[in-house]
Write a protein that binds this ligand. Structure first.
Ligand code: MCU
Length: 435
């Protein structure tokens, strides 16, 4: 317990959390490194997808397997996650294929080139590099798209910026029947895979090249990703589909990003699912079956958050623009945080929508601290980012309305790590601590 803070009972804390007002939690113990050396560690798991699943108006239970049994141990999570990944590919994003037979390229202090070959077809793209001064190797944050990310804060924290223009990998403005860009050159213009999965595939190939190059500039074990708006949707998918990504920071991602599909459907002013599906081929073609009926989806985005767990995740949202679906974003984040809890990594997910400036993708001083704290913890592996949940009262979802499952205590985790939780309500200014 920290001095100067009130001690409150868990019941009162829960009540505070349920008010939906801003709250923040912090854990003082550094987490172990959570990124993996492989893109998909569940690739060998047997997954039998169901023919159909009953409609569910609530967020599906992340801990119940396709066969109806429940995850009980930490070791179970690896293959349960693989099920979620398969469901996300089949119903939401389309397939993100594994690394192709050949990926080559170079890494310099200014750029990364990638050439990928699959079944005789070859495509290339590149990304910019902007490293802090001094000697590397540096961790790096892949910044998807050219706006809305605080690149100065990233560099000042000690990480390089990799500028990734995903439009060379998957173009916008094409009909679904003739998609274009490096991904579709390899996998076919009529591939049902949407742009978000294609862009995620491209980011993974950049990481392949960094890994293979043994780069003196960039460390493959310190990779983060961020981006705003449609590129926030992209950052979310990049982090979900590559377990080598140690830190994911989607900004104002809106519909087809972090916000829960079921919750978007009832959120006034939020970008409708039909619009997110139709505006650009971001989502996979199969999502067309759900735009008017998200309750039929066997998963929701809280489980995509669960795919990122236990790795670093900082969700940044804007409650002032209704279109951005920040209430549904808070719902997904609160539910996704339950997966982090079950994995013993509650402090690795943070959420911040309590911002002043309503401008979409504005430069925000509020986020500089949390972004840098997370880079230090998850990419530089020095220091410990306090977990923060600051949900704007303007767009605060209520998790209790959205779930009918409880979070399991998973066995096999060893001694539970002692965690101190600090909860802050910005509306009252009261700071409380419980252990
Ligand atoms: C929030 O991301 C998108 C949004 O989904 C679109 O409807 C709108 O056109 O563009 C946003 C965006 O990418 O803004 C830069």
């Amino acid at each position: 317990t920290r001095s100067g803070h009130l001690r409150l009972s868990l019941a009162l804390l829960t009540a505070l959390a349920l008010t939906g007002t801003a709250l923040a939690t912090a854990a003082p113990t550094p987490s172990p490194p959570t990124a993996l050396a492989v893109e998909d560690d569940g690739a060998d798991c047997p997954v039998a997808l169901p023919g159909s699943t009953p409609a569910n108006p609530r967020l599906p239970d992340p801990f119940t397997r396709i066969d109806g049994s429940r995850v009980t141990s930490l070791a179970d999570w690896r293959c349960r996650r693989a099920e979620i990944r398969e469901l996300a590919e089949r119903h939401v994003y389309g397939d993100k294929p594994a690394k192709p037979a050949s990926v080559t390229g170079t890494v310099s202090r200014t750029s990364i080139s990638v050439t990928a070959t699959h079944q005789g077809r070859t495509a290339s793209f590149s990304a910019g590099v902007d490293a802090p001064s001094g000697a590397g190797p540096f961790p790096a944050v892949i910044v998807v798209g050219g706006f809305g990310a605080d690149t100065a804060a990233i560099k000042a924290a000690g990480a390089a910026v990799i500028s990734y223009d995903p439009l060379a990998v998957g173009r916008e403005g094409t009909p679904r029947s003739s998609k274009q860009g490096a991904f579709y050159t390899l996998h076919g213009a009529s591939s049902p895979t949407g742009l978000l999965a294609a862009w995620a595939w491209g980011a993974s190939r950049i990481i392949d090249v960094i890994e293979q190059s043994g780069s003196a500039t960039i460390r493959a074990d310190g990779i983060g990703v961020t981006g705003c708006s449609r590129y926030g949707k992209s950052a979310f998918a990049v982090g979900a589909f590559d377990q080598r990504v140690a830190l994911t920071m989607p900004i104002e991602s809106g519909s087809a990003g972090a916000p829960a599909f079921r919750s978007i459907a009832g959120e006034s002013g939020a970008q409708p699912l039909s619009s997110a599906y139709g505006e650009q081929p971001w989502l996979g073609d199969a999502f067309s079956a759900y735009t008017g009926n998200p309750n039929a989806l066997p998963i929701d985005t809280h489980q995509v958050i669960g795919m990122i767990a236990p790795r670093g995740l900082l969700l940044l949202e804007n409650p002032h623009v209704d279109w951005l679906a920040a209430r549904a974003g808070s719902v997904a984040s609160l539910a996704g945080a339950e997966v982090y809890k079950a994995l013993g990594a509650a402090d690795n997910i943070s959420y911040w929508s309590d911002v002043q400036d309503g401008t979409h993708c504005a430069s925000r001083s509020e986020w500089r601290g949390p972004i840098q704290d997370n880079i230090r913890e998850h990419l530089l592996k020095s220091g410990n980012a306090p977990q923060v949940f600051r949900i704007s009262a303007k767009k605060a979802g209520n998790l209790a309305q959205w779930r009918d499952w409880q979070t399991p205590v998973l066995t096999g985790g060893g001694e539970p790590t002692s965690t101190t939780t600090t909860t802050t309500t910005t509306t009252t200014g009261v700071t409380t601590t419980t252990t």
